[in-house]
Design a protein around this ligand. Structure first.
Ligand code: GTR
Length: 418
């Protein structure tokens, strides 16, 4: 057995050990006081949305920016977009396809990542869902016109990915996670990007978007600076710079599953141009409350994925009680824009109840804007969505993105995204 296979086996066994010894017992959830979204760090009570924006939103934002996800260290010198391919005849003539290369430049270095866009034909403009994919744009569709990603991809035997290179064997392997035809038939488009083209998901900072910003001898971001999640969120924001000027796009709802759900939430919090945000099974460091320590915890996530957050977040490892914020306040940063939090019943590692409660507690801030949130403290039955400006569902099944999830997102977006 070669070293790489042994290392992969060790990593997976460490991860499944972490998952099996996690707390899944509701009676063992520690007692904690949840920081109130409407009381400032210095103890002032917030009673309207003007006050929220003036006195509270920014201090919460700054905490997440410096102590959780990490700050973007500067500005790009330049960025540009190039339409590399376009067709009027995708999905049997139902859709228009565009493929756009996005280039970011800084310190005479650059990265380029590719966005695949399908737009329904019929209307001159359409709303789109923007979301990262895990293995390359060519994996979300069987469309032969979508090139294979040339970037580093995680090895995956069942997708035929060896030596971290995508081959034709992985074309379309993730189609089931992207209900593209349903979106098109309902008047929505999709824009998707392979997240590894923005920052490869491995614990080194020698490549991807972070590296553009380094001073001469720097090899990793500083303590308060961005980890991978903030890097991915930044990539979504730059994609938004293109999408808002495309001419055929009316609104963009940012979507993400799991680690990419964490990135979608942070993108929604940092960039108000996103008209709505969908968190699919985002779990710890995403929608789930950290202080519950149910399933994945801050210490476990920072150990398994030390590159995802800012180094300043490490001080909360097994020390969640000292966190002056919790993830419901991340959700509140998105108010008053529509927000959908979704869980899966078998996805205990992501703490469905913690995801639900987080949406419930964030709703206070939505109410300041007279937007309806999740008023009940009682998690709904499986497959019984609650859809208001803040929406929530828990579906049957495992950690995944299913047609059921997309059917809910489409129904909700039709009602709440203008
Ligand atoms: C898990 C990780 C979760 C989630 C997930 C994923 O291993 O512990 O936080 O992000 O990966 O992205 O699929």
């Amino acid at each position: 057995m070669n070293i790489r296979i042994i290392a992969t086996i060790l990593l997976f066994s460490a991860m499944s050990f972490a998952q099996s010894e996690a707390n899944y017992d509701e009676t063992k959830v520690p007692k904690f006081t949840l920081p109130d979204a409407l009381v400032t760090f210095s103890g002032n009570h917030i009673s309207d949305h003007v006050q929220w924006e003036a006195d509270r939103r920014f201090e919460i934002f700054q905490f997440f920016e410096r102590q959780v996800y990490g700050k973007v260290p500067g500005r790009l010198d330049e960025y540009s977009f190039k339409l590399i391919e376009e067709s009027n005849d995708a999905y049997g003539g139902k859709a228009r396809r565009k493929q756009v290369a996005i280039s970011l430049k800084k310190n005479k270095k650059s990265i380029t990542y590719n966005m695949l866009i399908y737009l329904p034909k019929g209307n001159p403009t359409a709303p789109v869902f923007l979301g990262y994919n895990f293995y390359g744009n060519h994996t979300v569709t069987s469309d032969p016109k979508v090139p294979l990603t040339k970037s580093w991809v995680p090895n995956n035997e069942s997708f035929g990915i060896k030596d971290n290179k995508a081959t034709e064997a992985s074309r379309g392997v993730r189609q089931h996670r992207w209900a593209i035809e349903k979106m098109l038939d309902n008047g929505f488009g999709l824009a998707t990007i392979y997240y590894g083209e923005v920052d490869p998901d491995k614990n080194d900072f020698s490549d991807g978007v972070h590296e553009l910003f380094y001073t001469e001898d720097q090899t990793k971001p500083k303590t308060n600076e961005w980890g991978s999640i903030a890097g991915w969120a930044f990539g979504l924001s730059k994609a938004m710079d293109y999408l808002e000027n495309d001419g055929n796009i009316s609104n963009v709802v940012v979507f993400g599953h799991s680690r990419l759900g964490k990135a979608a939430l942070w993108a929604g919090a940092t960039d108000k141009r996103f008209a709505g945000v969908i968190s699919n099974n985002s779990g710890c460091g995403g929608a789930a409350l950290s202080k519950r320590k149910f399933g994945e915890t801050v210490g476990k996530i920072n150990t398994a994925f030390p590159h995802w957050f800012a180094d300043s977040f490490l001080k909360y490892n097994d020390n969640e009680k000292t966190l002056p914020v919790d993830q419901h306040q991340l959700l509140a940063l998105i108010a008053p824009r529509p927000l959908y939090v979704a869980s899966a019943f078998d996805d205990r590692w992501a703490d469905p109840k913690g995801e639900f409660l987080s949406a419930h507690y964030a709703s206070k801030v939505y109410e300041l804007y007279e937007k309806e949130g999740i008023a009940t403290e009682q998690i709904p039955e499986v497959n019984q969505p609650l859809q208001h400006t803040v929406a929530y569902h828990i579906r049957t099944g495992k950690h995944d993105v299913t047609d059921y999830d997309w059917e809910q997102y489409i129904t909700w977006a039709k009602a709440f995204i203008q």
